[in-house]
Structures are given as structure tokens and as C-alpha cells.
Design a protein around this ligand. Structure first.
Ligand SMILES: *Cc1c(COP(=O)(O)O)cnc(C)c1O
Length: 421
């Protein structure tokens, strides 16, 4: 049996209708922006392997640091114990995120980082003896696949089977010049029930690369602060350079109370999640009463190997070349966007930082299940490019090491596809 046959015998893949999906592509090696299958065919990883790989694959510096850490300490329980890489990573992360963030809570993926953020805000109010159990989120949001994270995500095909079990969340539209005042008065109206407002800053990823302006998010955050509603910036996808700055919050004047990180945190090397919060939130859990403790922890909380990957990734991220690469990709996308925006098949082209999204004119409305999606996906795979359209929204979200030649090749194939489908 070959690898694919053995896979199909024993494995159930994520977000995959196993009856109709094509067999998985067996990848045996990665290098920079490229992945290689077992026959030696190369693919440009234009989606950073589900948005995690920021420095490209099999980065030798990260590999070296991880290998060193593995020989020294692979894991230690994180309740009652600590270790150098967790402390150093927390110190260094706090230096580069908004300066109101005071404490770092570790977990092991983006969904758990969100669960912890929600629990921090809900239990803050419970510890203070207030009844504030409702949450505010954007329509079309995506915050993860565990129950709490799913509850604050927009209702969709992903959540349908569980809708009656998801807790009480108020969904609002993305803010713009027309609706901002209405949104603010809505928040004021709900205020005494609201524990927190969670959002993906500037850009809703899984929702279809939907983008909105920093100034209106600033207004919402300021308004929430005035109404004592905590704000949670889910930077799981936007963090570490994706928006053209280090963090999406760097585009804002206001600072959120809680932040979530994962995906690019370890450069896409290992699973790790971080939730940070303000001193005010942390302080509400300090008590002689044990009931006020944040009772949350995962077996692999602050795994030293994952923390060492994150530290190595941060070393690379802080090098001037990385930001230069980010700016290079941003400029390159801008030029490509201008070139194709008037193509009859382009309904919309939009960009935030290194992410460019092209919405295909389909006649019908956007659908995650559109057949166009499958055709485009296969077309690019055949051309040696991994692009996974969200319905009729095609996007490029590359690792920063992608070359101009590789970008040019992707753009060329997209133009070909625009003329084909
Ligand atoms: C991917 C994602 C998550 C969930 O992270 P996982 O590590 O896949 O659980 C949460 N929030 C946002 C904005 C994401 O893009």
C-alpha cells in the first residue's frame, strides 16, 4: 500500500467531506515557500499551511533552536513550576504588543487562546459579583472550533449542528461610516449584560477575508471602554506581520483588554497559544478565596519546545529583513491588485498587508460550497500552487520568504484563471 492508501485506511481529515474529497497529497519535505510531494513535485505554499508558516518551511534556525531545547528540557508541568523559555517568551512578547498588556497565559492553539480570553472576561465579572454573561461579536466572525470559540463565531454551516447548544452571543455588523453610531447605541443598550466584545482586528479571515477600517474599530473599542465592556482582540491570524505591521493592533489608537495569539507565534513550527490581559483583569483573580482562581490549564501548557520555537521565530521576526520582506510583498500585491481590479470576473479585490483577496464574479451570491471553489483549488494545485479559496474568494497569504519570482508566477496563474473560469 502506498502512503495515500494507508492514510485513507486510518485517518479522518479536518474540514474534509471524506466521501467526496480527492485523496490527500502526500508531502514529504518542505523548504522555504515550497512543499514537495513524494514524487518530487513542488508546490508554492501560498496560504502558509493554514496561515501558520511565517518564515517558510523547515527553517534551519528554528530547527536548530528546537533541537537544542529538546536535549535540555522537553516538558514540565506548568502549575507550580516554570522554565526559562516560557519566561523569556512572555517577557519578549509583552515588549512588542500594546503596553497595557501585563500578563501572559499559555495554552496550545488558537481556539484555546480564545476560550481562555472568554473565561477571563466572564469570570472577571463573576469574581466581582456582577451578572454579566453576554458576549458581543461580529457577524461572520471566526474564533475557532471548540465550543466557546464556536459560540462567538458567526452562525454558519460550520456551527449548524450545534446551534442550539451555543451560548448567548449578540452579533453585530462590521462597523462603517453609516452604522457606527447605531452600533454604539446598541452596545450602550446592552451594556449591563455584556461581559466582553471579541473581534478579529481589521480582517475577518475564515469569514471570507472581509476587511474593515481601523478608525471604526477604534471607536468601538473606546466606546466599550467607556461602557466597561472588555475588548478581546483575536490576533490568532493577524498577529506577527500579516497586516503589514507587527500586529493588527498596531494600526489602532486604542488598546484591547485581552489579546489572543497562535498560528504564526512559533513560525508555524509547533502548536502554542497565548492569551494576554491587562493588570486590571489579572487583579480580579487575586484573592484569599480559592474560588476566584482561573481554573484552566492544558497538559501541554507552555511546552518548552514550543516556546523555544516561538523564541526562534521571534528572533527572525524582529530582524529588519523580515519587515523589509513584508513591505515588499505588500507593494507587490498592491501593483497586482491595480492590474486586475477592472477584469470583468473580479467582483472585488481587497488587501490588508500581505493578504490580498480576490472575489470572483459568480452571478450568484458567495457560497463556501460553490463548485467554482473546487475548480479553482484544483486548477492551482495542478499548477503547483496551494491556494484554498473560501467559496468564491481567492486569497494569497504567503510566508515572508516567498520570492518575487514565486509571487509573479502565482499572479500569472491567477490572471490565467480569471480568463478561464
Ligand atoms: C485559526 C483561527 C483561530 C483558531 O485557531 P486554531 O489554532 O485553529 O484553533 C482563532 N481565531 C482566528 C482569528 C483564527 O484565524
Amino acid at each position: 500500500m502506498n502512503l495515500v492508501e494507508r492514510d485513507l485506511n486510518v485517518i479522518w481529515h479536518p474540514y474534509t467531506q471524506m466521501q467526496t474529497a480527492k485523496p490527500p497529497i502526500p508531502i514529504v519535505r518542505g523548504e522555504g515557500a515550497l512543499l514537495f510531494d513524494e514524487h518530487g513535485k513542488s508546490y508554492i505554499d501560498a496560504v502558509s499551511s493554514w496561515w501558520v508558516s511565517i518564515h517558510g518551511h523547515a527553517n534551519q534556525y528554528i530547527a536548530k533552536k528546537v533541537a537544542e531545547q529538546l536535549k535540555v528540557l522537553e516538558h514540565v508541568i506548568f502549575a507550580g513550576f516554570t522554565h526559562p523559555t516560557a519566561v523569556e517568551l512572555a517577557e519578549r512578547l509583552l515588549q512588542i504588543i500594546p503596553d497595557n498588556q501585563a500578563k501572559v497565559f499559555y495554552s496550545d492553539n488558537g481556539s484555546t487562546a480564545v476560550e481562555i480570553a472568554i473565561k477571563m472576561c466572564l469570570q472577571y465579572w463573576s469574581n466581582k459579583g456582577h451578572k454579566r454573561g453576554k458576549m458581543l461579536a461580529f457577524k461572520n466572525a471566526y474564533h475557532g472550533d471548540t465550543f466557546g470559540a464556536m459560540a462567538v463565531s458567526g452562525r454558519s454551516a460550520f456551527t449548524e449542528a450545534f446551534d442550539n447548544l451555543l451560548f448567548d452571543v449578540e452579533f453585530i455588523d462590521l462597523p462603517n461610516a453609516e452604522n457606527i453610531d447605531e452600533l454604539k447605541s446598541h452596545i450602550s443598550h446592552l451594556q449591563s449584560d455584556l461581559a466582553c466584545f471579541i473581534f478579529e482586528p481589521l480582517l475577518q479571515g475564515s469569514g471570507g477575508m472581509l476587511m474593515y477600517e481601523a478608525k471604526y474599530l477604534d471607536e468601538l473599542i473606546a466606546h466599550c471602554r467607556a461602557e466597561q465592556v472588555f475588548t478581546i482582540a483575536d490576533e490568532v491570524m493577524t498577529g506577527f506581520g500579516r497586516t503589514g505591521e507587527r500586529f493588527a493592533c498596531d494600526h489602532l489608537q486604542q488598546q484591547p483588554d485581552v489579546m489572543c495569539f497562535s498560528k504564526g507565534l512559533t513560525g508555524g513550527t509547533m502548536a502554542l497559544g497565548i492569551t494576554t490581559c491587562t493588570q486590571q483583569i489579572y487583579d480580579a483573580f487575586l484573592s484569599d478565596d480559592k474560588h476566584k482562581t482561573l481554573f484552566h490549564g492544558h497538559s501541554f501548557t507552555a511546552n518548552p519546545v514550543a516556546c523555544s520555537a516561538a523564541l526562534a521565530s521571534m528572533d527572525l521576526f524582529m530582524q529588519p529583513e523580515t519587515m523589509a520582506n513584508i513591505k515588499r510583498i505588500v507593494a507587490s500585491h498592491v501593483a497586482f491588485g491595480k492590474k486586475i481590479k477592472d477584469h470583468p470576473k473580479v467582483k472585488d479585490v481587497r488587501q490588508t498587508g500581505i493578504i490580498i483577496a480576490i472575489e470572483w464574479e459568480t452571478g450568484a451570491g458567495t457560497s463556501y460550497f460553490s463548485t467554482l471553489r473546487d475548480k479553482l483549488y484544483q486548477y492551482f494545485l495542478d499548477a503547483g500552487i496551494i491556494l484554498r479559496p473560501l467559496g468564491n474568494v481567492l486569497y494569497i497569504l504567503p510566508p515572508y520568504c516567498i520570492s518575487n519570482e514565486q509571487l509573479g508566477y502565482i499572479y500569472g496563474k491567477i490572471e490565467e484563471a480569471l480568463n478561464t473560469f
